[in-house]
Ligand binder design. Structure first.
Ligand SMILES: Nc1ncnc2c1ncn2[C@@H]1O[C@H](COP(=O)(O)OP(=O)(O)OP(=O)(O)O)[C@@H](O)[C@H]1O
Length: 248
């Protein structure tokens, strides 16, 4: 099992969206994609999910089942928590009893054991995102594609969501490809951080995070983010461009 991009380019109409992408996600590996708005991170996930096709090169997703979570949870408002979690199972022919049993187990796993019967509007943003995560896990995903899943949440809920993903990666060896704007989030959740930048977007920097997950304290995260931002290619492509630099 492996997700691989080999010399992949994506052009939509006359716009070059991505160019020369070579990248892999191995079993049990968590890779975070960071980069400025519009550099093609979501497009990379869409290629991995198979919802768009590369214009050239090859995308190979050899994982058995792929779970996808977007920035907004995309729950069905007329379904309760368990039904939303079980959504993908119905189309896979899993019977109702089994669907609900699996949904209950997953609700516990993501800390929603007391919210089985809530409609989405009765849940906080963080809880809704956990339903979306449980729904992605319900299909027995062995890779998760997460597109800024916590960026709309406040700091506390974001930290809870990150804890959950960290546990999936560390304790269960889940593979993940995660898009985030937040370098500290990437350093917290990744074995490898990949920086994408430019138009069309290209991989401009990769960083393997050797420190074990349990040693990644907040102080360490900020220090490492600072360290990465001292690399010119990261700083230029990512965060701290002065207006004068942007205009030139
Ligand atoms: N269907 C489409 N048709 C035309 N252009 C598109 C389409 N989808 C994406 N794009 C363009 O491709 C570029 C990359 O978009 P994408 O959403 O992949 O970037 P991103 O890095 O995820 O951005 P953000 O961080 O803001 O979500 C953008 O310039 C966008 O306008």
């Amino acid at each position: 099992m492996l997700l691989s991009f080999e010399n992949v380019s994506l052009t939509i109409g006359t716009s070059g969206i991505l160019a020369d992408i070579d990248m892999t996600v191995a079993p049990g590996e968590s890779v975070c994609l960071v980069g400025p708005s519009g550099c093609g991170k979501t497009s990379l996930l869409r290629l991995a999910a198979g919802v768009v096709e590369a214009s050239s090169g090859t995308v190979n997703n050899r994982f058995g089942a792929t779970g996808v979570v977007f920035q907004d949870p995309r729950l069905l408002p007329w379904h309760r928590t368990l039904e939303n979690i079980a959504l993908g199972l119905k189309s896979r022919g899993v019977g109702r009893r089994e669907r609900l049993a699996r949904a209950r187990a997953l609700a516990s796993k993501v800390g929603l054991e007391d919210s089985h019967d809530c409609f989405p509007h009765e849940l906080s943003g963080g809880m809704q995102q956990r339903v979306a995560l449980a729904r992605a896990l319900a299909i027995e995903a062995d890779i998760l594609l997460l597109d800024e899943p916590f960026s709309a949440l406040d700091v506390g809920l974001r930290a809870e969501g990150q804890d959950l993903v960290e546990r999936l990666v560390v304790d269960q060896g889940m593979s993940a490809l995660i898009v985030t704007h937040d370098l500290t989030e990437a350093l917290r959740l990744a074995h490898r951080v990949v920086v994408v930048s430019g138009h069309p977007g290209r991989v401009v920097f990769e960083h393997c995070v050797g420190t074990p997950f349990h040693q990644r304290s907040p102080a360490w995260l900020y220090e490492q983010a600072g360290h990465l931002l001292r690399q010119e290619v990261v700083r230029k492509s990512f965060l701290f461009q002065r207006t004068s630099e942007r205009m030139s």
